[in-house]
Design a protein around this ligand. Structure first.
Ligand SMILES: [Zn+2]
Length: 111
C-alpha cells in the first residue's frame, strides 16, 4: 500500500507547483527496481484528485532503468537479469544504485 503515500506526495507537489491553476498532466518516473505499480498509483490518483485542481490531470509514466553497484569491485552495471551477478568480477554482492525511486519529472499546468 505504499503507493497511497507516494500518490499523496505526487498530488501535493503537483498542486503546489500549479499554484491555483489547473493541472493538465503529471509526468512520473518509476525506477525499474522499485516496487511501485503504475495501476495502483493511477487508482489512488483518481481517488485523491477528486474535487481538486488536479482532477482532470493525466498521469504519464516513464521507466528509469535500474543499475546495481558491485560491492566487491565498485563498478555499476545495468540490471539485465534478476540474479544480480556483477559482469566485471562475477561477484554476487551488489546493491541497487539507481532505479529504486518514483519521482515527479515534470508537471504541465493550464496557463
Ligand atoms: Zn564486481
Amino acid at each position: 500500500m505504499h503507493e497511497l503515500s507516494i500518490t499523496e506526495s505526487i498530488l501535493e507537489i503537483a498542486l503546489r507547483h500549479a499554484a491555483g491553476r489547473r493541472v493538465v498532466s503529471v509526468h512520473l518516473v518509476i525506477g525499474e527496481l522499485s516496487s511501485y505499480v503504475d495501476e495502483s498509483i493511477q487508482l489512488f490518483w483518481q481517488e485523491l484528485t477528486r474535487g481538486t485542481l488536479a482532477e482532470e490531470a493525466v498521469l504519464q509514466f516513464a521507466r528509469e532503468p535500474g543499475e546495481l553497484l558491485c560491492l566487491d569491485c565498485g563498478k555499476q552495471f545495468p540490471v539485465r537479469t534478476r540474479d544480480f551477478i556483477c559482469p566485471h568480477c562475477q561477484s554476487a554482492s551488489a546493491l541497487p544504485a539507481t532505479g529504486q525511486d518514483c519521482y515527479v519529472d515534470s508537471i504541465e499546468v493550464f496557463e
